[in-house]
Design a protein around this ligand. Structure first.
Ligand SMILES: C[S@@+](CC[C@H](N)C(=O)[O-])C[C@H]1O[C@@H](n2cnc3c(N)ncnc32)[C@H](O)[C@@H]1O
Length: 206
């Protein structure tokens, strides 16, 4: 599958699954996903970009007064995010676009945030490089991710389910977010690990 095919596949999966993602299943939230969203979003400052904003599940957790832009490949996911922003009364500039080719000038943001989406990026290293390009000197990258984790039993279990899960959701269960972020030139600080090492929160600065 070529890069463009992957992008089309991801867009297709999220068109189908937008309604499901918008509800964030109780089990997923209970595993610690919601707690990590709250944790990283609360750290946003100044002019902020959320990459792969999805249905806007992080919107309730941002501090008031930041200037927020959200970008995503999927128009269906963005339409849920727009509805959530309206309902919460949160001003946010929502755009359709690809994380691997962000439509912003260099050094335009004080904070770039991304949660639980690196698993779906067709080219995650390119996306993390783009996040670096658009951050201002002194700016921060904040990530909450899930991955293969650091326990071999859990990792092997995730390897087993990964291909089928990818076909239905476009999500790779067994990536290593830390390695991907480092491969893009970042030197991240681990803020949190949870759920047998599967969940991770990272901060990196430029
Ligand atoms: C699992 S959802 C997570 C959404 C949101 N970040 C959250 O935490 O709820 C993954 C999102 O990444 C988006 N996505 C995947 N690849 C992308 C890319 N290359 N550029 C922009 N968005 C992308 C999908 O459309 C989807 O909305």
């Amino acid at each position: 599958m070529g890069e463009q095919d992957d992008v089309a596949f991801v867009r297709d999966r999220f068109r189908e699954n937008a309604k499901y993602f918008d509800r964030e299943p109780v089990l997923i939230a209970a595993l610690g996903f919601r707690r990590l969203r709250r944790f990283v979003a609360a750290e946003a400052q100044g002019v902020t970009l959320e990459v792969a904003v999805g249905t806007g599940l992080n919107l309730p957790y941002y501090p008031r007064g930041i200037a927020l832009t959200g970008i995503d490949l999927s128009p269906e996911m963005l339409s849920y995010a727009a509805a959530r922003a309206r309902q919460l009364g949160i001003p946010v500039n929502l755009l359709e676009g690809d994380a691997a080719a962000l439509p912003f000038p260099d050094q335009s943001f004080d904070t770039v945030i991304e949660t639980f989406s690196g698993c779906t990026f067709p080219d995650p290293v390119a996306a993390y490089r783009e996040m670096r390009r658009v951050l201002r000197p002194g700016g921060q990258l904040l990530l909450a991710e899930h991955g293969r984790g650091d326990r071999s039993l859990v990792g092997r279990l995730l390897d087993r389910f990964a291909p089928g899960h990818y076909r239905s959701t476009a999500c790779h269960l067994n990536r290593s977010p830390l390695d991907l972020v480092k491969a893009a030139g970042w030197q991240p600080q681990v803020l949190h690990r949870g759920a047998a090492g599967v969940l991770i929160a990272l901060r990196a600065t430029v």
